[in-house]
Design a protein around this ligand. Structure first.
Ligand code: SAH
Length: 213
């Protein structure tokens, strides 16, 4: 598929929605989203929509990926240091992260998706991306502390392990149910003086679940 023109059109729409960070724009232009969806869905790969990836899970909307990665990039100098992603899914967002961070650890609880992501990413040869099969509710202590943590699945609360594994000066972006009701993007900044929590727009992510599947 010759996709650079259609991807550029997608990125222009993201920019019209407010995405402006140069590293994020470059990453969204570079990563070929059609490589991460089933062949029957390739024609929809550059629409701003989530799509099924099997096992009842979805690849996130490009607009949401760009928004969340931009929130991480705005918080610190470029490139980001070590980043933890919870919910590898098909590996698309992990590939985007690998272009804005020095090191990416991405954890997935469903073996079939962990394997699918490895297949999708093999041809791209991304040496700074590490895929882990495990329960991301516990974070991934071996890579901690992280400059940034990003979750692609949402629960009622943010697991304490994520905040523990965040470096001072680091930022966490994740969907969670807020007091206002419904799932929202939540930003946690870990500062030398403590935790600063900011609640942003409503979002729709698949549920964060515990244990392996
Ligand atoms: N970033 C992915 C989005 C995948 S959807 C992409 O670009 O395609 C979210 C993923 O989170 C699902 O694959 C789901 O299995 C996974 N997930 C849910 N709870 C999890 C947990 N506790 N640990 C690891 N992965 C989890």
């Amino acid at each position: 598929m010759e996709s650079s023109a259609v991807r550029a059109a997608m990125v222009r729409k993201l920019q019209a929605q407010g995405i402006s960070h140069p590293a994020v724009v470059a990453a969204m232009l570079a990563v070929e989203r059609h490589r991460f969806v089933d062949s029957a869905l390739v024609n929809q790969a550059y629409e701003d929509t989530s799509l099924p990836i099997g096992q009842g899970q979805t690849i996130s909307k490009p607009g949401v990926v760009a928004r969340m990665v931009e929130l991480l990039c705005q918080s610190s100098a470029q490139p980001l240091g070590r980043v933890l992603e919870i919910g590898t899914g098909c590996g698309y967002q992990a590939a985007v992260l690998s272009r804005v961070a020095r090191e990416v650890y991405s954890i997935e609880r469903i073996r079939a998706l962990h394997d699918k992501a490895r297949d999708n990413l093999r041809a791209l040869r991304v040496p700074n991306l590490h895929l882990i099969l495990g329960d991301g509710m516990a974070g991934f202590a071996q890579g901690a502390p992280y400059a940034a943590i990003i979750a692609a699945a949402g629960g009622n609360d943010l697991p304490a392990a994520w905040i523990d594994q965040l470096a001072v000066g680091g930022r966490l972006v994740a969907p969670a149910v807020t007091a206002a009701g419904g799932q929202h993007l939540v930003v946690i900044d870990k500062t030398a003086r403590g935790i600063v929590r900011t609640e942003l727009e409503a979002v729709h992510f698949v549920p964060l679940k515990s244990g392996l599947a």
